[in-house]
Design a protein around this ligand. Structure first.
Ligand SMILES: Cc1cc2nc3c(=O)[nH]c(=O)nc-3n(C[C@H](O)[C@H](O)[C@H](O)COP(=O)(O)OP(=O)(O)OC[C@H]3O[C@@H](n4cnc5c(N)ncnc54)[C@H](O)[C@@H]3O)c2cc1C
Length: 480
């Protein structure tokens, strides 16, 4: 098969997956509240065809087409090609969808390019799985975090160890996995659940936790527990994001799930598990995440600018400062991406990934910036964010003319256009989906505190405690 259309994607979701929403088990294709999200994700598959020049490339093995996020980068041209695709793909939702399938595709393609670190057996299985994903244009979710409930002890110890997914026995076909993982964004709407290391396991973790595998979402014993849905299927103009882009976030329970050996890429091997993230994961994946963030920040700037124009506050000092602040975040994200691409190099096995340092810094700052952007939107918008009738109401003969008369924008902007701007702003930052997206930005690449800590520790490790070496230079200069 070549790259799929939306209709083909939807047809692929018809299976026996166990998805729980509210107080019931649901058929995702029949539940009315999920319809907008499924159409929204199907729209992404159609988008890759609509902008095929940007989004699709030739599959080097079969000559078919594949999403460019599946390129195993071997040189700067591959990275530039992927960059173009990421720009276009994120424009589908202006960054409001975090987990479009290109996100996990990039991880899989990067791991496959570094299949050498999985060992002979794991590496061969991974390459075979990569082919399955390319051939089927499968959409993947990932769940990689242990559901540590007691933060005073390591993630795999005590009660946390009883909750976390691990191997409990073996069969002739594979390993049996019991436990849970958080979270799986896109979970109910994906074809495959990819489980891989989020980082090294805590010291003294039993090998049973050291797993990397992928299984279809309909695998027996796998339960997908959705949070309350924030999507509002219906009017796209009234709810430009909530109508289509609630990608869901699910808690995953493995109730004695058999993972076949051919889908097991790390089989209770602590060394391979703990070393995997250092084989270029960040250097590969952060190209996608930083481009999404840059496009979203640029969209936020334009949205705020429009809000300011509609209220004629564009030149007020506090508004100018706020707009300039968002502009700076967007520019810094673009600059870091460029710097990381310019510093790309071979990370082993011929895998050509970016210089991860600028993008690790962006990863750590972005939660703060995205939260600040939402704060600015709410601050600039104030009551306007709520004084926004449904756009359909403008056609109502009784109230429509009154809305036009009493709710116009400044500078001759019509009431309908004004409402559209502020409805979009509210859906972006304040609606149930807006609140969820803000939480996503805060945590989807781990907490800011964890990332600052990791970046500092890595620097100390890699420089043997010298940091940037500047203070040593200073002392040398002093003759010390
Ligand atoms: C909307 C959403 C979608 C997600 N999607 C996915 C997904 O698809 N797949 C997946 O695997 N995971 C996903 N996640 C999970 C995400 O990876 C984790 O929630 C994330 O790693 C943070 O969890 P944590 O409890 O480990 O955070 P922690 O790092 O423990 O941080 C929680 C809080 O603890 C405090 N804290 C932590 N460390 C320190 C410190 N050193 N100093 C001071 N304070 C500290 C801070 O207040 C911090 O905000 C998602 C999360 C969200 C919110």
């Amino acid at each position: 098969m070549t790259a799929r259309t939306g209709a083909q994607y939807k047809a692929g979701l018809a299976d026996s997956r166990s998805v729980w929403l509210g107080n019931e088990k649901v058929d995702i294709l029949k539940h009315p509240i999920l319809a907008g999200s499924i159409d929204g994700m199907a729209g992404y598959f159609d988008w890759q065809h609509r902008f095929a020049d940007d989004c699709l490339v030739e599959d080097p093995d079969t000559g078919g087409t594949m999403n460019a996020s599946l390129i195993q980068p071997r040189n700067a041209e591959d990275l530039a090609r992927r960059h173009r695709a990421f720009e276009r793909l994120t424009q589908y939702s202006w960054g409001m969808l975090g987990r479009t399938p290109d996100y996990v595709n990039v991880t899989l393609a990067g791991f496959t390019a570094r299949s050498d670190v999985f060992g002979a057996t794991g590496g061969e299985r991974l390459k075979k799985f990569y082919r399955e994903v390319v051939d089927g244009d499968l959409s993947m979710t990932h769940t990689i975090i242990q559901p540590a409930i007691d933060k005073s002890i390591p993630d795999t110890h005590g009660i946390n160890g009883e909750l976390a997914a691990r191997v409990v026995r073996r069969t002739s076909n594979g390993v049996v996995v019991r436990g849970a993982k958080v979270l799986a964004t896109l979970g109910p709407f994906a074809d495959e659940l990819f489980v891989y290391p989020a980082g090294p396991l805590p010291p003294n973790t039993p090998a049973e936790y050291a797993l990397c595998f992928s299984i279809p979402m309909a695998t027996k014993g796998l339960h997908t527990l959705c949070r309350d849905h924030a999507g509002l299927p219906g009017s796209r103009r009234d709810h430009p994001f909530s109508s289509r882009f609630d990608e869901q976030d699910a808690y995953m329970i493995f109730d004695d799930v058999e993972v076949p050996y051919e889908r097991l890429f790390i089989d209770c091997d602590l060394d391979t598990y703990n070393g995997l993230r250092r084989a270029g994961w960040a250097a590969n994946v952060f190209q996608q995440t930083s481009i999404r963030a840059a496009v979203k920040l640029e969209f936020a700037y334009d949205l705020c600018l429009r809000m300011a124009q509609v209220t004629n506050t564009e030149t007020k000092p506090d508004v100018s400062i706020a707009l300039g602040e968002i502009w700076a975040y967007a520019q810094l994200t673009r600059a870091a991406t460029k710097a990381a691409e310019a510093g790309a190099h071979d990370h082993g096995n011929g895998a050509f990934f970016l210089d991860d340092r600028p993008l690790r810094a962006i990863r750590s700052m972005m939660p703060q910036w995205m939260i600040r952007v939402n704060e600015i939107i709410k601050s600039l918008g104030s009551h306007n964010l709520l004084a926004t009738p449904s756009l359909a109401l403008f056609d109502n003969p009784e109230i429509g003319p009154l809305l036009e008369q009493f709710m116009p924008g400044a500078r001759g902007v019509s009431a309908r256009d004004r409402a559209e701007v502020f409805r979009t702003a509210w859906d972006f930052a304040g609606s149930a989906l807006g609140g969820r997206v803000e939480l996503y930005e805060r945590f989807y690449l781990a907490s800011q505190q964890k990332n600052f800590t990791r970046d500092h520790e890595q620097t100390v490790r890699e420089t043997a405690g010298a940091g940037f070496g500047r203070f040593n230079e200073f002392l040398k200069e002093l003759g010390g």
